[in-house]
Ligand binder design. Structure first.
Ligand code: GUN
Length: 290
């Protein structure tokens, strides 16, 4: 058996189309154009690529994009002053501070300075608490994208055994909350988990979000399980030529695709869904504000 490949690229394009329709309606009915402000501190090359891509897609769905690029030596006070001005700017409905921040800046302090209603990453304490208690919140984009693909594939997730590998605040923990909200029986596995292969083998749904290339082999996967691979890892690819690299997930795709019922590829799986969900969160924030 070969697994169904869940096409995140196509799914994300459909999400963006829906966002564009919603944006057009807000413009026509209320004369409002949703605006997303993205703040980048420093020159991390990967972050620069993400921010450029976010800006481009924001404009493509008809929203306003405001990019704030600050030097790596920006003071905490200056960054907090910028966030305060964005919090008070009626043209800005979503604020995203690209992580990681340079070491001298306190990430928790900065994230929690964002108005929870504009926190389109869903990272501030108020949104984390609301998600955990089942209240209306901003939901972190990557786990939201994973949930959308899982719901689309399964219909109902109720009663399914789900294992989330990884306990980060950005993916693992909110993913577990979302699956619990959909009535899965949820296990969060991590680097100290005993018998990880056995834990994963029990799962109907596996979400791998550890950031270790190809660490989940196919023989850990239950036959027919759905595998969502959040990892984006660059590895050497000598087969492509000297010095070449390629992207792989946290799951060993070649062996997992033989046992899983459905699986997301890397690239082209979860990755494109993250920005699509960011745009969806921004339009949601704008609708709630107006
Ligand atoms: N860095 C890596 N992923 C993310 C994300 O989802 N949001 C932000 N703000 N920074 C990130």
């Amino acid at each position: 058996m070969t697994a169904e490949i869940i096409d995140g690229k196509a799914f994300a394009a459909r999400v963006r189309e829906k966002v564009a329709v919603h944006v057009a309606r807000l413009k026509d009915d209320h004369g409002i154009t949703p605006g997303l402000a993205v703040v980048l501190v420093g020159e991390d090359p990967a972050s620069q690529v993400y921010v450029r891509s976010k800006g481009k897609m924001t404009v493509e769905v008809g929203m306003n994009s405001y990019e704030h690029k600050l030097g790596a030596d920006t003071s905490e006070a200056d960054l907090l002053a910028l966030i305060d001005s964005l919090n008070n700017d009626p043209a800005v409905h979503g604020i995203l501070v690209q992580l990681p921040l340079p070491d001298h800046l306190n990430e928790d302090l900065v994230i929690n300075a964002i108005d929870p209603a504009k926190d389109v990453d869903g990272f501030c304490i108020a949104n984390v608490g609301r998600l955990a208690t089942g209240q209306k919140s901003m939901v972190p984009c990557t786990p939201l994208g994973c949930l959308m693909m899982l719901r689309d594939h399964h219909g109902s997730l109720s009663g399914l055994d789900a294992v989330v590998i990884g306990r980060s605040n950005i993916v693992g923990k909110p993913m577990a909350q979302l699956l619990l909200g959909d009535s899965c029986t949820v296990t969060i596995a991590h680097s100290r988990t005993k018998d990880l292969p056995d834990v994963v083998r029990r799962a109907d749904i596996v979400v791998a979000a550890v950031g270790r290339a190809q660490m989940v082999p196919g023989d850990w996967i239950k036959k027919g399980a759905t595998v969502i691979d959040v990892g984006i890892n660059r590895i050497d690819a000598p087969e492509k030529g000297e010095g070449k690299t390629r992207l792989v997930g946290d799951v060993d795709f070649a062996s997992a695709v033989e046992v899983a019922g459905a699986i997301t590829p890397v690239p082209g799986g979860v990755g494109p869904m993250t920005i699509a969900c960011l745009l969806a969160n921004t339009v949601t924030a704008c609708s709630r504000a107006n």
